[in-house]
Design a protein around this ligand. Sequence first.
Ligand code: HAM
Length: 452
Amino acid sequence: MAIQSVRGMHDLFGDDLAKWHAAESRIRRVFTEFGYGEIRTPALERLEVFKETVGEDTDIVQKQMFLVSDPAIEALLDSLKRGEREASKIDTALSDLARVGERYVLRPEGTAAFIRAVIQHQLHRQPHAQRYYYYLPMYRYERPQKGRLRQFHQFGAELINDPSPEADAEVIVLLDHLYRSFDLKEYEIRVNNVGCPGCRPKYREALRDYFRPRLKELCPQCQERFERAPLRVLDCKNEDCQRIASAAPIGLDYLCGNCRSHHQGLKTALTLGGVQFQEDPRIVRGLDYYSRTAFEFVSTLLGAQSALVGGGRYDGLAERFGEKPIPSVGFALGMERLMLALDAKGTLAFDKPRPSYYFAPLGNAAFERLFPLSLELKRRGVWTEIGYERGKGLKAMLKQADRAGALYAVILGDDEIGRSVAVLRNMQKGAQEELPLEALDDQLFRRIHRAV
Ligand code: HAM
């Protein structure tokens, strides 16, 4: 079988890509209108950027990271395999290993990489809020299914330096506005407050107390992690875990005073922002860095992988990089899931780019007239096409023009040259007219620019 792309990673082209372009430019526009500027971080990061930030007990860190080793490590392994035992070579190898004592990982998510960049470039050392967005491919070693890929694309937005609940509401309002601008209404906004390092331990303890007598009924993974990460049981997809979790203590009942008033502030701000939402205590998110607000937009158009977008507040993430806390809130939306939802609705209008003119020269003399003309029009910004094979009949060339989706065909043969005209054929209507050969490029240029 011919060589295939890696499982869970797809090529994108043709009409599908044209739809993506239409969606991408709308999303970029909305981000810009809300004051978010773009940031791009590298695809490869050091392993520790994600390991203790996203969380040791999360699926991402435990089993979903694509690790990339440093070529120096490969060279060392190679020389050990070849049995090079000379002391000097081992010394060199060991010092190489000390130098590259880390491993790299293909970015599984954007937020930890973003905060790494913020700290590296001191972007938080500004007196006011900063707003950034990114549009980047992410890599997770997951079992591929509809809406779940190993390479997928996220548009993310992050707002730093603002601890207020209104900042949380702002990013949710942005998203709601964005989806509605696509005429997409089939989703629910689910918000929760997962507490802070002050109040969460009490809630964790309550969860452990609740799950302990029911431990045997939980899935093996939850049995294993319930001591370290009892909140994870709440969003386990296993049916038994879900049934048991449905009667578990509710996090909102364990919030400290500050978290409670933050949550109240968020609800008030969302209501003022005209956004409908639901409080959902099961939204705990699969990443460790959240504090206080956590939210998801869940859509009925998507099937099992129903989260269009996930996000929340992560003030403490910077501390895991050894910095002071940086008040931060944000989200990431999956492009593939947005496109699935839009395809299910069939509402996304997109422009398929098409050539304005297809040149059909009948014979060499005609080719030598039309070839420079087609290049000149391209230089002036008019998409033209011309067949380079000589000796094709008119019928074949018109078929090609049709297949290319050209608006017009320009037909030229010896007879037309003798009369100093060219034939312009409207490909949709089939109507033909003759244009003087003199200054044909200007006439063709004006026709398109008047039409646009
Ligand atoms: P996340 O919930 O892991 O959060 O991912 C956010 C969104 O990315 C999901 O809601 C989904 O639309 C999409 N997504 C995730 N995994 C896949 C996959 N395997 N295939 C296709 N789409 C997927 C984060 O990544 C956080 N960094 C969000 C964030 C930003 N929180 C604060 N700021």
